[in-house]
Design a protein around this ligand. Structure first.
Ligand code: VGL
Ligand code: ZN
Length: 210
């Protein structure tokens, strides 16, 4: 018999066998959009710009409308914040409350954002995780019936990682959408996603949600 497997079937097999983890977003899911601010992006002359800071904005805009609950965090430092090099910290001055650097990336579409939380607001304390901001985030998410927390934004290896770790610690299923994050360098981003995965944080791609 000279039957040949049709090409379309081969493609179907490819799709089924591929890495796609296909997840459906429900009312019990929340999206945390971490620190998509001008200070962290080269396209906005950010003082602490990560390698491809502007690159994740498109992906974040694509996933936000899938969620009922979208909460955005912002680094919101006072001018004399302890994390700045001039005050003995490790970072160049960034995200000073009220300045352009503190603003969201101009292309971030805020339509789906329900609430904001501000972190690093006191002079003597830094806060990487969105769970350590001005909102009692864990209690809000509990009240909303949220069970899975998805995390996107900047920087993968700093504030995104800290946020996902706290989500897990507080009993949520933590999922990082890897290609909707940007890290300090490509290498540190990849390493950080690997570490998170080992810690029990699920790492997926934008395509897994569509
Ligand atoms: C961040 C360094 C300093 C971040 C915040 O949002 O990842 N990184 N402050
Ligand atoms: Zn900061």
């Amino acid at each position: 018999m000279n039957w040949k497997k049709p090409r379309k079937i081969s493609i179907l097999f490819l799709i089924c066998e591929g890495e796609n983890q296909s997840m459906t977003i429900t009312k019990n899911d929340a999206l945390l959009v971490v620190d998509v601010q001008q200070s962290f992006c080269p396209g906005t002359n950010g003082s602490l710009a990560v390698e491809d800071g502007d690159g994740c904005v498109k992906s974040i805009n694509a996933v936000m409308p899938l969620f009922d609950w979208v909460i955005a965090s912002r680094d919101a430092h006072p001018d004399n914040h302890c994390s700045f090099v001039e005050n003995g910290g490790q970072w160049p001055k960034h995200c000073v409350k009220g300045t352009d650097g503190w603003d969201f990336h101009p292309r971030l579409d805020l339509t789906s954002v329900c609430a904001q939380t501000f972190k690093g607001t006191s002079e003597h304390q830094d806060a990487y995780s969105a769970f350590r901001g001005t909102l009692p985030l864990t209690h809000i998410l509990w009240a909303l019936g949220v069970q899975r927390v998805f995390v996107v934004g900047i920087a993968t290896d700093v504030c995104v990682a800290a946020t996902a770790a706290d989500a897990m610690e507080d009993g949520f299923e933590a999922i990082v959408i890897g290609d909707a994050t940007c890290g300090v360098t490509k290498e540190s981003t990849a390493a950080s996603l690997k570490t998170m995965s080992k810690q029990g944080i699920k790492v997926i791609n934008v395509a897994d949600l569509f």
